[in-house]
Ligand binder design. Structure first.
Ligand SMILES: Cc1ncc(COP(=O)(O)O)c(C=O)c1O
Length: 391
């Protein structure tokens, strides 16, 4: 099996698992318990908080542990909505956000919040000139809050986040960023970019699924989603999932060592092979502003869904978009926002590498992709166009 879908999820790093095991076995105590034996568990929680904070240049007490990235996003958005209120407010987001931002914002719109969705250019980056014009006409006199992603989960395109946040701050907005696909892949520094809140998720950086964190800038008030025993500084009640939090901390510490150059070399090698060995190949999104691990590519006259099946049979695991879109018929909202035709959007693959990907795997994957494209093109009729595997 050649696993090239690391934006869907990553393998747990062996050192992460090793760090977690003692807290699943002997050190099972509740970190809030008062007796001496619980002290190492409480200390492990604090160490993880320091490790996560260090990776994004935050203070440890600005980190709140959650159950996943989706919870971090929902907590940020719902608490901002409660704080700002729906009267005379404006919720700003972009057309390329993950569903864990878009769906909560849709729910807000359904109960009367005014929303503004920023577009992107063909390279997949926020169109800031247009955003400035839109804000000038719509934002006046309103309380604003915004959620903008740091790096896109489908295309891997890194956003002009510092400029976007600065622009929103000039309009007095409170700003959250979904940095779930950025943390651990590219530098994320909450002191350089003045976001008020930021989400990250364990399973995108070699920690397990089911653990995440929310950065909450000191002094910024949060309306908790979960009330109860007052854990996580009163911001997120519920006994902490210590083993997974320890795993997240360890994964963040490992991510302090930069692997991006080696990963980008393999990604570039893959792209070079695809472009030189297959006709009608389009590399999508900004070539310069992107995460090192992603190749997002379209093949003329070839359905991505069909390619996925042939590649799966060949033992190569990739995706057509985000994992939560798998099996859905519509072209990706991200590619539509980039101005792609339905055909181009439906003919794309997201190939995402990790620090564990090898050159041999990339070479085998390139061969399998070339073969699959050739096969699909051969069986389609020039009159009927691309073969509709799921029609
Ligand atoms: C950009 C982005 N936001 C949010 C999420 C949701 O994170 P989680 O799976 O931890 O809930 C994902 C996961 O695919 C993502 O890529």
């Amino acid at each position: 099996m050649i696993y090239l879908d690391n934006n869907a999820t990553t393998a747990v790093h062996p050192e992460v698992l090793e760090a977690m095991l003692p807290f699943l076995k002997d050190n099972f105590l509740n970190p809030s318990s008062g007796y001496r034996a619980a002290k190492p568990v409480k200390a492990a929680l604090q160490k993880a908080r320091e490790q996560v904070a260090a990776l994004i240049n935050a203070e440890p007490d600005e980190i709140i542990f959650t159950s996943c990235g989706t919870e971090s996003n929902n907590t940020a958005l719902k608490s901002l909505a409660r704080l700002v209120g729906r009267k005379n407010s404006l919720v700003v987001t972009s057309a390329i956000e993950h569903s864990a931002v878009l769906r909560p914002i849709e729910a807000m719109a359904a109960v009367g919040f005014e929303t503004l969705t920023l577009g992107v250019s063909e390279d997949g980056r926020f169109d800031l000139e247009e955003a400035e014009r839109q804000l000038d006409t719509q934002a006046g006199g309103k309380a604003l809050f915004a959620s903008l992603m740091w790096s896109n989960n489908e295309t891997g395109v890194n956003q002009p986040i510092e400029e976007a946040v600065t622009l929103l701050k000039q309009h007095g907005a409170a700003v959250h960023s979904d940095a779930i696909q950025a943390v651990g892949k590219i530098p994320v520094d909450v002191r350089a970019v003045p976001v008020d809140m930021l989400s990250l998720s364990g399973h995108k950086l070699h920690a397990p699924k089911g653990v995440g964190a929310l950065f909450l800038r000191k002094g910024f008030r949060l309306e908790p989603l979960l009330r109860g025993g007052g854990q996580e500084f009163g911001h997120r009640s519920g006994t902490e999932n210590v083993p997974y939090i320890v795993g997240l901390g360890q994964a963040c510490e490992l991510a302090m060592t930069d692997h991006s150059t080696g990963i980008a070399v393999l990604r570039d090698h893959l792209e070079q092979r695809l472009v030189s060995e297959i006709d009608g190949v389009h590399l999508n999104g900004s070539r310069t502003h992107r995460a090192p691990n992603i190749c997002h590519v379209s093949f003329d006259h070839c359905e991505g869904a069909g390619l996925l099946i042939l590649l799966d049979e060949a033992g190569v695991q990739v995706s057509t978009g985000s994992a939560c879109m798998t099996g859905k018929q519509q072209p990706s909202h991200v590619q539509k926002a980039m101005g792609f035709t339905d055909e181009r959007a439906k003919s794309s693959l997201r190939i995402s590498l990790s620090r564990f990907t090898t050159r041999e795997e990339i070479d085998r994957a390139a061969e399998a992709i070339a073969k699959a494209v050739k096969k699909l093109r051969a069986i389609q009729s020039p009159l009927t166009g691309p073969v509709q595997i799921y029609s």
